[in-house]
Design a protein around this ligand. Structure first.
Ligand code: CMP
Length: 143
């Protein structure tokens, strides 16, 4: 079954949005298989955002994600990677539709509330970066 990595960013945690965001994915029918409130180290941030290291906003990105706790999650379900991206809305909250997480809560592209993997490859990479295998729970969930 497909898995994705989702992370409520420091702005989302500060604004008490963890519960609202978890509720959306639960209500949609996805299965939560791992979750933790954590600090992101400089090293982890640079690895996670490695593909952006030549972008002008890389420093800003790393500073922001290390600025306060994040809520890291792994969700499982059919087509969860693309569906979660739809539920998050466009990267720039000013373009994200109402009803999406960023459309409802975000204002700027830097502080856009949530991160979600954009492909199977990045999901696998990001899950392995943030979670040890024994932090992911296998269990049966009723539909
Ligand atoms: P995320 O999904 O976490 O992945 C990369 C992040 O880069 C993205 O969300 C945005 O928050 C951030 N980002 C993209 N473009 C810009 C930009 N022009 N300025 C600052 N941050 C950006």
């Amino acid at each position: 079954m497909e898995r994705t990595f989702l992370m409520v960013k420091p702005d989302g945690v500060q604004r008490n949005l963890i519960g609202n965001i978890v509720q959306r994915f639960e209500a949609k029918g996805f299965k939560l298989v791992g979750a933790k409130l954590m600090s992101v180290s400089q090293e982890l941030a640079e690895k996670h955002y490695g593909e952006h290291k030549d972008k002008p906003f890389f420093g800003e990105l790393v500073d922001f994600i290390t600025s306060g706790p994040v809520f890291a999650m792994v969700w499982e379900g059919e087509n969860v990677i693309a569906t979660a991206r739809n539920m998050m809305g466009k990267t720039n909250p000013q373009e994200a539709l109402p009803g999406t997480i960023r459309g409802d809560f975000g204002l700027t592209v830097g502080k856009n509330v949530i991160h979600g993997s954009d492909s199977k490859e990045s999901a696998e990479r990001e899950i392995n970066l943030f979670f040890a295998p024994d932090e992911l729970i296998s269990y049966e969930k009723q539909d």
